[in-house]
Design a protein around this ligand. Sequence first.
Ligand SMILES: NC(=O)c1ccc[n+]([C@@H]2O[C@H](COP(=O)([O-])OP(=O)(O)OC[C@H]3O[C@@H](n4cnc5c(N)ncnc54)[C@H](O)[C@@H]3O)[C@@H](O)[C@H]2O)c1
Length: 344
Amino acid sequence: MDRLGLGLIGCGGIARSAHLPAMAQLADRVVLRATADVDASSAEAAAAPWGATPFTDYRAVLARPDIQAVVIATPEYLHAEQVEAAAAAGKHVLCEKPIAPSLAEADRMIAACRAAGVNLLIGHSRRFTRRYMEIKAALDRGDIGPVRLLRENERRSRAIPQVWWTPAHWTGNPQISGGAPMMNAIHETDLLRWFTGQEAAAVQAEINTTIEGNVGVIDFISLTVRFRDGAIGSAEVLNCAPPGYPAFHQLELYGTSGAIRARDHELTSLVRFGDSGADYPGHYDMLLHNLPAYARELAELVEAIRAGRPVHMPPTEARAALEIALAAVRSAHAGHEILLGDAA
Ligand SMILES: NC(=O)c1ccc[n+]([C@@H]2O[C@H](COP(=O)([O-])OP(=O)(O)OC[C@H]3O[C@@H](n4cnc5c(N)ncnc54)[C@H](O)[C@@H]3O)[C@@H](O)[C@H]2O)c1
């Protein structure tokens, strides 16, 4: 069977660490034909191993007739414009999370892809991570009964020199960055919905700015969601742990007849953290670099296109995660709970 022609728009961190390796893993089914990045050297480096054509203007990728689908891995404030342009060009899309910074943009993207008859898969990569897939299957089997309480915590260390969350990187520009709620907590709001199988009734949150050099972008968030059936889901994202602090995710779910706990790793018993890093033996795998998840994610789009079916995770799911994350930020600013859905 012919391989699916792909384009890559945005050749930065996540493209290099996840999407390009995922494409290489699926080389029997896909071929990267063109790349685009405003930074020409990034586009060239991504294109080289495939003999693909690098561009600095993403519209040149969309103009190629030998490309059926594009992976969009640019900053969130560009997603709506680029997904709408891809739909207009008749390309299927795998676009990184968050779907967009606003619900109005998310609605436009979903409508544009629907009207063009192309698939839109938003990269909520954790749904393709083996451990979370197994947890979802266990919940669907009823292994722990209905979930009443769940909590997902995420920790990221700050870098030396610090670039992210400072004006040296787009994530640190309050004009274009939604900060931790959009970068990380959107994963959490998605997982809380997915695991409870419920819609959110209300959300309450606290936010902060903790990293030196940060000029007003949220880099810490703690949020609690009340679901329609009364389940409580909470999440805490902290992006300012000391250098070398193990990036990790910890998930706990308590049902009426059991509990499930998942951790990225077990901490060793004695760890010292300082500016020169962490003193502890061994190494850990970050969930972010769980490469099989990104290959499964891309394979889902490829198989959907081949079968002429919609992707199993519709973009309305990503919109629902965005709605909770945006309401969490509003709650933190307002100092009170924000009602969602019918209760709003
Ligand atoms: N699924 C995950 O777990 C995960 C992890 C990290 C990042 N992400 C998401 O991926 C997206 C990109 O994040 P990143 O960490 O790779 O950022 P990054 O800054 O490392 O890379 C973004 C790239 O986009 C390029 N770019 C900017 N404007 C462009 C334009 N107009 N046309 C083409 N290219 C352009 C930049 O030059 C840069 O190379 C964000 O939406 C982020 O939330 C997802």
